[in-house]
Design a binder for this molecule. Structure first.
Ligand code: MLC
Ligand code: AMP
Length: 511
């Protein structure tokens, strides 16, 4: 098989090679590569009828479904750029992302999501998934409109330090180079079956799970979401070979396996060859507990929206807990001093920089942010801190930017602070991440109120955030203080706030 340079090359190659092979399994339905191409072609025609042309943005505000996969490929068939939208996003995020990307069309699965767009006053013509029949027609697509490798395939919004998220532009060439590297490193072949419970609207589910499947012409068993019991039941059926997840999923799988064992139900994963974890740090304890219960050493890897996958533990060699391994084939990584930007020797902590054909084309309509993200030699500044061992394993130790990762979802404190500050009872607010057993980190808000605290204000502030932002960004706790600690320049000292909360300093109740 030749090497595909775009998602549509990959689809076309799969249809030529194995037209009847199942690409997608969903809700007891199977979609062959040929069916998928035919339905995608129908989406392409529907989008063209809506006036979408090459380079126009098509936003997918969709849950995991065959409609997501076929609309995604259909948009690519006519050279359109797909904008990924987390379905948990609410007014603030929707308004910004759809305005910033100037989406011509937004595809939704139901009226509730269309209503959310209307409430957010978001631009773009709304198309419902029910507009396009989910049946293969047997007719083959017109492949002549296919995109070029350098065309932008998708924009993934990644929260920015300023509170405004930035659109990372990934080209078809980025996506395919990354798939080539990932599938080679993990020995992914056409015989694999991936169980995918991650959302397709982020790079982990889409850029690794779906693209890897398409690239290898294998099969993906796609679910609406993650459910530990359902995953264990599926793995016991003996057809799945791979599972990719975030650390929260692994802690839930461990809990479910223990529950079953306590009732005498064995946990069977005989057909599995690979469990991968990423998007957030996997603790060595979870690694060890999983190995003990499942007999598999989880392969931890490290990636980001801007670069898809960067570093991976080896498939054959030692999978070292607490580390994220080495660069994928064809990619480079190094550690530089945070201030001097000079490369550091092994063992010293600095910022991780990466370079390779997987690295994105820049931020959408934001040349300044793009320029700041790269150095003169084309190294991308990841904003993550870490070190490299003498035998080449990278360990992530922290983040140069303020970022909370909860269950694999990123939360920028500034975005939540801005929303809190809009509430009349809030004089000032600081948002920090505290350790959380289930999600890794949890969002905590420290608020100096504008007037004495009234009963119910904590819940009111949580609800205030919940209606304006994705629900996972809402504070789990609100701590009231008389004022926030500031340095001589007047900047809030987040590390002091964090230390006080971690050491359980008794917060003041009234200012
Ligand atoms: C859901 N909730 C969360 C949460 N997920 N709260 C904090 N952190 C999270 N991650 C909240 C919801 O807001 C909701 O609150 C309640 O929990 C129930 O929602 P749910 O949808 O039923 O939750 P659940 O299905 O259990 O979700 C947990 C999860 C999910 C771990 C399965 O968070 C998930 O799929 N995470 C993966 C995210 C991901 O794909 N990240 C990759 C980004 S790409 P309420 O108030 O409504 O009850 C990337 C690059 C790379 O990072 O390297 O991969
Ligand atoms: P996103 O911006 O959503 O793409 O998230 C990317 C960020 O997730 C990275 O910059 C890291 O901070 C974090 N991340 C991804 N994988 C890992 C990992 N294996 N360990 C620690 N952090 C990770």
């Amino acid at each position: 098989m030749n090497t595909p340079l775009t998602t549509i090359d990959a689809l076309r190659r799969a249809v030529a090679h194995a037209p009847e092979r199942p690409f997608l399994l969903f809700d007891r339905r199977s979609f062959s590569y040929k069916d998928t191409a035919a339905i995608a072609a129908r989406w392409a025609a529907r989008l063209r009828a809506a006036g979408v042309e090459r380079g126009d943005r098509v936003a997918l505000f969709l849950e995991n479904s065959p409609a997501f996969v076929t609309a995604y490929l259909g948009a690519h068939m006519i050279g359109a750029i797909v904008v990924l939208v987390n379905t948990l996003y609410r007014q603030t995020e929707l308004r910004h992302i759809l305005n910033d990307s100037a989406a011509k069309v937004v595809i939704v699965g139901d009226q509730a999501h269309a209503d959310l767009l209307q409430q957010a006053d978001a631009p773009g013509a709304v198309i419902f998934t029910s507009d396009v029949a989910l049946e293969g027609s047997g007719e083959m697509p017109d492949w002549t409109l296919t995109p070029a490798p350098g065309d932008i395939a998708l924009i993934g919004y990644t929260s920015g330090t300023t509170g405004r998220s930035k659109g990372a532009m990934l080209t078809h060439a980025n996506l395919m180079a990354n798939s080539a590297a990932v599938t080679r490193a993990w020995r992914w072949t056409e015989h694999d079956r991936l169980l995918l419970t991650l959302p397709l609207f982020h790079i982990h589910g889409l850029g690794v799970g779906l693209h890897g499947t398409l690239y290898t012409v294998s099969t993906v068993d796609l679910r609406r979401g993650f459910d530990a019991a359902d995953v264990l039941d599926t793995l016991a059926h003996g057809q799945t070979t791979m599972f990719f997840g975030v650390p929260t999923m692994y802690t839930r799988l461990i809990a479910e396996a223990r529950r079953r064992q306590s009732t005498g139900t064995p946990v069977r994963v005989d057909s599995m060859r690979l469990f991968v974890s990423g998007s957030a740090p996997l603790s060595p304890q979870t690694f060890a507990e999983f190995e003990e219960l499942f007999g598999h050493r989880i392969l931890e890897r490290y990636g980001m929206t801007e670069t898809i996958m960067n570093l991976t533990n080896p498939y054959d060699g030692e999978r070292r807990p607490g580390t994220v391994g080495m660069p994928f084939p064809g990619q480079e990584a190094r550690i530089v001093d945070v201030r001097t930007r000079q490369p550091l020797p092994d063992g010293e902590i600095g910022e991780i920089q990466v370079r390779g054909p997987n690295v994105f084309a820049g931020y959408w309509r934001n040349p300044q942010a793009t320029a700041e993200a790269f150095d003169a030699d084309g190294w991308f500044n990841t904003g993550d801190l870490g070190w490299r061992s003498t035998d080449g394993y990278f360990t992530i130790t922290g983040r140069a930017r303020e970022l909370i990762i909860s269950g694999g979802y990123n939360i920028y404190p500034r975005e939540v602070e801005e929303v809190l500050q809009e509430h009349p009872a809030v004089a000032e607010a600081a948002v920090v991440g505290l350790p959380d057993a289930e999600f890794g980190e949890q969002v905590v808000a420290v608020v100096a109120p504008a007037a004495p605290v009234t009963d119910g204000l904590e819940q009111e502030l949580i609800d205030w955030c919940r209606t304006r932002l994705a629900s996972y960004k809402k504070p789990r706790q609100v701590v009231f203080v008389s004022s926030l600690p500031r340095n001589a320049l007047g900047k809030v000292q987040k590390h002091v706030v964090q230390q006080q909360l971690t050491h359980q300093a008794q917060p003041e109740r009234t200012p």
